[in-house]
Design a protein around this ligand. Sequence first.
Ligand code: 2IT
Length: 445
Amino acid sequence: MDSKMQVFINEVQRKNPGEEEFLQAVQEVVETVWDFYRENPRYQKAKILERMVEPERVIMFRVPWVDDKGEVQVNRGFRVEFNSAIGPYKGGIRFHSSVSLSSLKFLGFEQTFKNSLTSLPMGGGKGGSDFNPRGKSDGEVMRFCQAFISELFRHIGPDTDVPAGDIGVGAREIGYMFGMYKKLRNQFTGVFTGKGREFGGSVIRPEATGYGAIYFVREMLALKGESLAGKTIAVSGFGNVAWGAVSKAVELGAKVVTISGPDGYIYDPNGISGEKIDYMLMLRNSNNDVVQPYAEQFGVSFFAGKKPWEQKVDIAIPCAIQNELNETDVKTLIKNGCQLIAEASNMGCTADAAILATEKITFAPGKAVNAGGVAVSGLEMSQNSMRLSWTREEVDEKLKHIMINIHNTCVKYGKTPDGKINYMKGANIGGFVKVAEAMMAQGIV
Ligand code: 2IT
């Protein structure tokens, strides 16, 4: 490893002690853009990379609320406003027990590069809370969202910071947060994306992350002269991203044989399609965070406490959460003939897993694969600004075009001498260049 790079990484470690996920995300980007950075002394002089790894602002706040039993609960809320060089801060809000400053800093950092890759004018940010929605009543969720926004509202706005959903935050939560924001500000603006269709939401936004991931995988396969038709796919998770990915993969002729939850995974050898995809939606809405009922409903196997990566598949698409696929999983997948791993979750693979998959098979990182979600959020912002709504066909066409573009960027910057594509390098450099140029143009701010 380049000694200057090691010094740089050591310094980031020193400044962010114990923030494992954030350090993992930074290290991956720094390692892949370092040569490019060294070749551009003007970036070094302006300390572009040193500035990029420091969030512009971190907001951390108390979220007190009252549960159905009348007891006071206290959660912690965050918004990490990472980088606004190319547009207002943009990124989701996550409600999950694993949420911490480290996880949101990693997500905000990744989001900056991802949003840059979409080619739309959006900076990077991420927020959330350690609030766990599992088992909470609708009233509790509403009161929590209102308490969360009663602080966050003063920091966000349609030209400042535009949140959206993420794990644990869907249309219901966005509706409650939007409602509270509107009441406090007395303004009806496009301050959130992922809104309901009735009040400014875009068509395709719920499906966008999963659809976009499959459009991206289609491009990866096309480059090898292959298609999705007849491919067997393992998907993890059963939420919004997994649902969109399964729907589009099936439509394009692939067979998805697994979905998973915190309780384990189900293996459906005939493939998840038709009413089974609708059932996924029901499962998610049940608020129980388990997939076992699928096995009972459709008479298939359930593997308690296991992950789907032990099954024989052609393609693996993690769609649940960070670091859900490790080096051992990659070895098992390869042994069973898997050719391609595409992260639909953010940093779905551990660092070792991503490196091994890049070396041995084909691997694409979340910031490229899952950018379709935030891309359609960007399209929702455009529609809100114009005060009109595009049709399903128009949005889908734009989404396809954006995913093809991101793939082209990865190919442009990630092509290796032996003709293979290093998608990790391609995505990181491709995302980096636009942000770096915008920061250069705006001076030392
Ligand atoms: O990780 C992501 O890109 C998202 N959760 C979507 C963010 C957005 O603003 O739509």
